[in-house]
Design a protein around this ligand. Structure first.
Ligand SMILES: *[C@@H]1O[C@H](CO)[C@@H](O)[C@H](O)[C@H]1NC(C)=O
Ligand SMILES: *[C@@H]1O[C@H](CO)[C@@H](O)[C@H](O)[C@H]1NC(C)=O
Ligand SMILES: *[C@@H]1O[C@H](CO)[C@@H](O)[C@H](O)[C@H]1NC(C)=O
Length: 893
């Protein structure tokens, strides 16, 4: 028997031992044989893009330009699997019907050995089905079928001497990379059509052999070739029909138990050859196998007839040099796979027969079988660790140096630059890749070359750092990295070995590489020192300062809180000067300057702001008196008086702590061009507020408090523009002093002081009313009490009176109001201002009266205002318009 197809008649032998009841199977590699089968092959052609690629399949269409999906399997172009060769289309006449994988070949006109590299996902020590297909198809138009050797790793797999067929093996590699190599044996240019790898379950096809080569795989009674997806492992099953056989079939599906890892296709198991007479056997005889390998036969059964209480027991015999046999009992619709192995007998023949075992009620059946010959794969090769490491180096450097197949074998094809140990399982002893135009980094797989003694990578363009693993190669004695572009520093271990003399290390001409033990160790030490001192020098002071600032801030915050507590909640409103400094942040911000001293900004907390009036040192006042007065003032409370919330009474420093008025004084609002112009309504409201405050001092306090210094800069505005009178009572505090030091004591302000004071020398309620009248004039005219002219200054009353007397009130109204005043109220207001400033104090009104008159003025303005709509709005638009409009018309109060 040979395995040759080539369209010739397949050789077979028929031996009849008994009469008609002995049946002979043909031992055929059907796919190998003829074009009829090629047509069957083609049944699976065509593209089906809807399917996914089965996991772990590697399917390479050699010579194809692009990837595609065929029958649910992703076939890839071979460009990522091979570095050499050229793509050629076949010219066979029937190429239109060919399965698509066979339409192109890759041929290898150059080099003795050219290899495909497969790297299955599951890696080494797993079982795979590997199939290489060849269709010559006169691709080179020489009409001569090339003959060449196919190698799996370092071992001859098959000599391809036919023009159409495939070689298939079940293989458990000991390396992660699998080399499939074509050897030119000077009988034509090697070529290949397709290469396929399928992962198998590791529990099936277990033998002591390293590889099993497929001889036959038959689907008894089948009608067409079966493969993926019917067979999940993509085994190719050829139909076997012999006229002499009887067949039995079922439509029921075979219960594929999950634990039946052979996963024989259901379609296959549903038909079986059957002998009618239980005394007869199903037998199979081989031709001379001309082989001294062990043969493995796998029998696949499934009971497909209802047994109805009977039993089908089988006896299976395989006969060669010795015989092997086994028994089996079948269960309905359950698959069963068995295997036997034997060597061919002295005539090179092998036979098997399946007969009814003793006690069986039924004749034998057989659904399918496979025949494999064992392959030991014992050729000398590189040890697997080193082989995989070298494949890693090859992939990393993408060498085009004929690094193909096994690195060390055959010895005449040893990879350029390598030396290998002299044994059947060779290790790599040295690599010399000097001047090889290498780029990139040193590949990590070199770390696995434990036997290497010499590594020469000099004179390349290698970059990156010199890896630490070089220092761990136990046998390395020569390392030449000269003339590259390495960076960083040479690992300490290498430098130490070099110093100790156990390593010849050459690392020169790498401009950015630090290559001295000193440099290396110092650098590290100093780096650590520098980093530590940096931390000490920079971070520590920053931390300490931050800590101090934080602590101080916290302390200050606590102090402020206790001061606030005391000021706002207790009756004792006295604070120390040191505390004044804390709350004013050491008198940082000046917010005003009055007759009695400067005013500073202070904060008790985020919420409570204060104004601190520091009384000038020149005011000499008996300590007790100041304290007494200040204590009285702290209990005067009215919403239109600026509250005194505390005082400081120390010999050198006297201070008053007031509530903070964020909008400053009225004078500023009337004269400063940068502030928003106060409307007439706002001015009236301020007048009412101030009048009410003064009225309270005059009539609400016992004894009455005469302000003595009413003026627009003493009327302060808070954030809601509410007016409050400040500095009340201060003149009295200093009154005693004013008797003796008249010049230094402020007693009223020029322009506001009642002219009759000079006659009486006494401040009275009516002198406050005069000052208030001046304030009213200022509000309506926007001008100061003393109007500065180019030639002479003029008092506001003297300026306004002539206009009023002539009835030209409009001419004195602040032009900034832009005429938007209510004229009745203005008339009444001016009248009131005039009455307040009458020269005879007795004719001036009481503040009581002033307040009521001003409120009437305010009412006049409010009544003249447009009202909010009383009726529900007609629609939303109108309403929103009205509400916005009216809002802007009303004063903020
Ligand atoms: C089966 O074969 C044996 C031997 O050839 C023969 O004696 C017997 O009659 C056969 N039985 C049937 C049912 O044909
Ligand atoms: C590597 O090969 C070059 C020539 O290609 C040679 O000069 C050099 O000495 C070799 N290195 C070693 C370590 O043998
Ligand atoms: C290292 O390689 C360089 C350049 O190829 C060469 O000149 C030098 O002699 C080599 N050193 C050793 C020790 O072989």
């Amino acid at each position: 028997m040979d395995y040759v197809g080539n369209g010739r008649q397949v050789s077979s032998t028929i031996i009849s031992l008994l009469l008609k009841s002995w049946f002979i199977f043909f031992w055929v590699l059907t796919i190998l044989c003829n074009s009829k089968q090629a047509a069957g092959y083609n049944r699976y052609g065509g593209r089906n893009l809807a399917s996914d690629n089965p996991s772990g399949f590697i399917s390479i269409d050699c010579g194809a330009d692009e990837d595609y999906i065929d029958n649910g399997i992703l076939y890839k172009s071979d460009r990522d699997f091979v570095d050499t060769g050229i793509s050629r289309p076949v010219t066979a006449n029937n190429s239109g019907n060919l399965r698509v994988q066979l339409k192109n070949v890759r041929s290898f006109p150059e080099g003795r050995r050219n290899c495909y590299v497969l790297k299955p996902e599951k890696g080494k020590d797993n079982t795979y089905l590997i199939r290489a297909s060849f269709l010559y198809g006169n691709y080179d138009r020489k009409n001569t079928t090339p003959i060449f050797d196919l190698y799996l790793g370092a071992n001859l797999w098959w000599t391809v001497d036919w023009d159409n067929g495939y070689v298939e093996t079940i293989y458990t590699p000991s390396t992660d990379y699998i080399n499939v190599c074509l050897f030119n044996t000077s009988k034509g240019v090697p070529y290949i059509s397709a290469l396929e790898l399928r992962p198998l379950d590791n529990t099936i096809y277990r033998t002591t052999a390293k590889a099993l080569i497929t001889m036959q795989r038959s689907d008894i009674g089948g009608r067409s070739i079966l493969r993926y997806p019917a067979d999940v492992y993509d085994r190719i099953w050829n139909p076997l029909n012999v006229d002499l056989l009887n067949f039995s079939a079922t439509n029921s599906s075979i219960s594929q138990g999950n634990n039946d890892a052979y996963k024989i296709p259901d379609t296959l198991l549903r038909t079986a050859a059957k002998e009618q007479n239980a005394t007869c056997s199903l037998s199979y005889f081989s031709d001379s196998l001309r082989s001294n390998s062990q043969f493995y036969v796998y029998f696949h059964f499934a009971e497909i007839e209802k047994l109805q209480g009977k039993q089908r027991r089988l006896k299976i015999d395989l006969t060669g040099q010795r015989s092997a046999s086994t028994n089996a009992t079948l269960d309905y619709l359950k698959p069963l796979s068995l295997s036997l192995n034997a060597m061919p007998d002295s005539a090179g023949q092998l036979q098997f027969s399946i007969s009814a075992a003793k006690g069986s009620d039924l004749p034998p059946i057989l659904n399918g079988f496979e025949i494999y010959s064992a392959k030991e794969m014992q050729n000398a090769s590189t040890v697997s660790e080193d082989a995989d490491a070298m494949m890693g180096v090859k992939q990393a450097f993408r060498l085009i140096r004929n690094w193909e197949g096994d690195p060390c074998f055959p010895s005449e094809l040893i990879w350029a630059g390598l030396t290998c140990s002299n044994s059947n399982a060779s290790s790599i002893l040295s690599i010399n890749l000097s001047s090889s135009n290498l780029t990139g980094e040193i590949p990590a797989s070199i770390a696995n070359l434990l036997s290497i003694t010499s590594l020469d990578l000099s004179n390349n363009e290698l970059t990156g750092s010199v890896p630490d693993f070089l220092g761990k190669l136990p046998n390395l004695i020569t390392l030449n990295l000269t003339r590259n572009k390495f960076t960083g520093s040479v690992p300490k271990v290498l430098l130490q070995k070099a110093e100790a003399g156990s390593l010849t290390l050459s690392v020169g001409e790498n401009p950015d590489l630090c290559a001295s033990l000193k440099c290396y160790s110092k650098l590290k030490k100093y780096l650590a020192l520098i980093i530590i001192s940096c931390i000490i020098a920079v971070l520590l002071p920053i931390l300490m300062v931050a800590l101090v600032i934080y602590k101080r801030r916290k302390q200050r915050e606590n102090l402020k809180r206790s001061i606030e507590e005391r000021l706002l909640k207790s009756k004792n409103r006295q604070v120390r000067y040191s505390e004044i400094l804390i709350i004013s942040d050491n008198l940082k911000t000046t917010i005003g300057e009055g007759g009695f001293g400067k005013v500073y900004y202070g904060a008790l907390s985020d919420k409570t702001q204060v104004a601190i009036k520091l009384l000038s040192a020149s005011s000499k006042q008996g300590p007790n008196e100041f304290k007494a007065e200040a204590q009285i003032l702290t209990v005067v409370h009215h919403r239109n008086l600026v509250s005194l919330i505390g005082y400081c009474d120390e010999a050198e420093h006297k201070a008053l702590v007031y509530e903070f008025m964020s909008n400053g004084n009225l004078r500023k609002h009337l004269s400063d061009p940068n502030t928003k112009v106060l409307s007439w309504m706002e001015r009236l409201q301020i007048a009412v507020d101030a009048a009410q405050g003064l009225e309270y001092l005059h009539n609400g306090c016992k004894p009455p408090i005469i302000h003595r210094d009413m003026k627009t800069s003493n009327i302060l505005l808070n954030e809601r523009m509410q007016a409050k009178i400040s500095d009340f009572g201060l003149s009295r505090v200093f009154a005693n002093e004013s008797d003796t030091h008249l010049s230094t004591c402020p007693a009223g302000t020029f322009g506001y002081v009642d002219p009759t004071i000079h006659l009486s020398g006494n401040f009275t309620k009516k002198s406050d009313v005069y000052s208030f009248g001046i304030i009213l004039f200022e509000l309506v005219t926007g001008r100061p009490a003393i109007i500065k002219g180019s030639e002479y200054n003029i008092h506001i009353v003297d300026w306004a009176k002539p206009f009023i007397e002539e009835g030209n009130i409009q001419d004195i109204i602040d032009p900034r109001l832009g005429g938007s005043t209510e004229s009745c109220s203005v008339g009444k207001f001016v009248e009131l201002a005039l009455s307040c400033t009458r020269s005879t104090p007795a004719e001036r009104p009481d503040m009581n009266h002033v307040v009521s008159q001003l409120i009437e003025c305010l009412k006049m303005v409010q009544d003249a205002m447009p009202q909010m709509p009383q009726m529900p709005p007609k629609n939303i638009e109108e309403f929103s318009y009205n509400s916005i409009g009216s809002e802007s018309l009303f004063s903020p109060r």
